[in-house]
Design a binder for this molecule. Sequence first.
Ligand code: CP
Length: 333
Amino acid sequence: MRRFLDLADLERDEVVALLELARRLEKHPEPQALAGKILGLVFFNPSLRTLASFQAGMARLGGSSFVITPGQGTWQLETRLGVEMSGAAAEHVREGIPVLASYCDALGIRAFADGKDLKSDLAETTFNAMAALVDKPLVNLESAMNHPCQALADWKTMDDLGVPRDGRFVLSWVYHPRALPLAVPSAAVHMAAYRGMEVIVLRPDGFALPPEIMERARRAAALSGGSVRETTDREDALAGANIVYAKEWGATACYGNAEGDAGLRKALTSWCVRNDWFARTATDCRLMHCLPVRRNTAVADEVLDSPRSAVQHEAYNRLVVQMAVLYKLLKGM
Ligand code: CP
């Protein structure tokens, strides 16, 4: 494996093998496995889990890491191609990224969606332009439409919790005061379909996931015996659910239009996961969320503080699965 950019790049049995490696490293630590190796981490956007878990994971395997947050103690990096650089950015990624790659053995990049042009974000224009500049093993730390590390951790979390492979996975839109990117919902819907689950995207009108994302998930479902559909009917979606995966995202009906988005979402504050959402789910239905989460806005205290909540376990699994990814990228075994 040379790159970890998208779970869809891996055959299903390769995902299962990666999760087996993660379990092995969890049970039998290898503190010298990556001795002498250096991981570079470039964050164009904020992070808590991804940053800390990659640094911790690299250290636990005997390697080291450096972190660059462009514009915060380092030069601001321009990502757009062909622009006259008369603004705040002192350096272009076309120079900066290859320089950073030359200092390390593997590089990770986080670059969220611009959130203005859906077609460009679906094409991963910014991330792919940077990926093309890297001649070392590369990890997607979250791009416009993908978060493969989160998806892999979520798959392992469901395995750990004994969630049936063909169980019902409800990805539910939840309220947030502003539009958030589509990366996690896109990755989650694909991951659950690839796992073989009955996937239901529950969302209000105006918040449908793009057809390209739904089609990609359906292709994964076809490979694994799962299914994918969407609905606005909460009762229908939640009946018998094994997982409620809460996530905030922007209105796709008016992508890039902050005013239009705000107009749609202002009537949707009731989309906060509360105990009564679980009235008709499986009794052992779990709540998942990638974090960060806004308490009592997206998910209520009564759910986050209950045994239903798997959010801490998901976050812990980020460390475990990313160690497997680094091991595979840098040791090749
Ligand atoms: N879930 C996740 O990627 O968390 P961070 O944004 O804190 O890295």
